[in-house]
Design a protein around this ligand. Structure first.
Ligand code: DOR
Ligand code: ZN
Length: 354
């Protein structure tokens, strides 16, 4: 489960909503407002803060590092020793440069670094979108950046590093669903165990929203995230993937809190704070599809299978009780959650410890 726990006071406000319910979570390495998690040393620092703020909950933060042009094979080795579960790439690991009079997009992370990840079995967690300057330089609008980036990923990474495991995060398009789905069944052996080569996470915004919700009538800054939710065809294809029962799809809540003043401003930040409502909302979605039986695999098992982790032993109980619905708070310490102020028929009735 991919999420953004932040640091400092925002972390203190939000972390309980993840740690009280989920036994573990994959910590994205962009802990605003501090510097990104780039090395083993950063991992230690940020993990210590998370452990402090989740004391008594039994929560395990699964750490990652952020890839940059300066990530060396030695940094990968150090991070693996520190126990990271993935190296994350954001769109800023692609640069668009002049070439033969035109423009070309390419990865800035050194090949040796991807090569070392491949050797040591460290997955590439991938926010697969071309960077914003793809608009001006290549004429590619933001709605096409994921698909174009997949083509580059296929050529530059997937084809060239056959043992590198890739988890495409928060898919937003039907094309991306097809790309990942077509690779189902391919495996790579890591320490004698065959693990999936490619998988995808599906995040709350792309399971519930389209671009119309974000800006079709008025601008809804609290529904804005990256990748930006797309079109109806994309939404239905992502929903179908989630309830398909196929092991390549797992939940990445992508809970990404921002304080109100960082959302409701001229350059509002991308991200939905979904942790408090993720499971009740998903239960409703799976129920509608007549597939509640597949919810647990999607939330708790298929992601663990990708990472080769044991399943959690604790259980989360969800109940549907329209008489006693979950009332979503309007704010949590200045952070507006997804579905703020709404009533949800499903709620978390309890958890047993991990
Ligand atoms: O919407 C998003 N929010 N997308 C990202 O890639 C980053 C995340 C964040 O950190 O807020
Ligand atoms: Zn994310």
């Amino acid at each position: 489960m991919h999420f953004h726990p932040r640091t400092g006071s925002v972390q203190q406000t939000v972390i309980g909503h993840t740690a009280r319910v989920f036994a573990r979570g994959i910590v994205m390495p962009n802990p605003t407002p501090t510097e990104p998690i780039l090395t083993a040393k950063d991992v230690r620092l940020r993990r210590a803060e998370l452990v402090r703020n989740t004391q008594g909950t039994g929560f395990t933060p699964l750490m990652t590092i952020k890839l940059t042009r300066d990530t060396t094979p030695q940094i990968i080795d150090g991070a693996v020793e520190e126990g990271v579960v993935a190296a994350k790439g954001f769109p800023d690991i692609i640069e668009i440069v002049k070439s033969y009079g035109g423009w070309e997009s390419r990865f800035v992370v050194p090949d040796e670094t991807f090569g070392r990840m491949e050797e040591v079995g460290l997955p590439f967690s991938w926010h697969c979108e071309l960077p914003p300057d793809a608009g001006e330089k290549l004429g590619i609008p933001f709605t096409q950046r994921e698909v174009e980036c997949l083509a580059l990923t296929e050529a530059a990474i997937y084809s060239r590093f056959p043992r590198l495991r890739i988890i495409v995060e928060h898919l937003s398009t039907a094309e991306a669903v097809r790309w990942v789905g077509n690779k189902l069944g391919e495996t790579v052996e890591v320490n004698g165990v065959a693990l999936p080569r490619v998988a995808g996470t599906l995040a709350i915004p792309h399971l519930f929203l389209t671009i119309d919700d974000v800006g079709g009538a008025k601008l809804h800054p609290h529904l804005f995230c990256k990748p930006t939710p797309r079109f109806y065809e994309d939404l239905s294809s992502i929903r179908a993937a989630a309830v398909s029962g196929l092991p390549c799809w797992s939940l990445g809540t992508d809970s990404a809190p921002w304080t109100r003043w960082r959302k409701e401003c001229p350059e509002g930040n991308a991200g939905l704070f979904s942790a408090p409502v993720a499971l009740p909302a998903l239960a409703g979605l799976f129920e509608q599809a007549g597939r509640l039986d597949r919810l647990e695999d999607f939330v708790a098992k298929f992601g663990a299978d990708f990472y080769g982790l044991p399943y959690n032993e604790g259980k989360i109980t969800l109940v549907k009780d329209p008489e006693q619905p979950m009332k979503v708070r309007r704010e949590y310490g200045g952070i507006v959650p997804y579905l703020a102020g709404e009533f949800l028929p499903w709620r978390i009735a309890g958890t047993t410890s991990n």
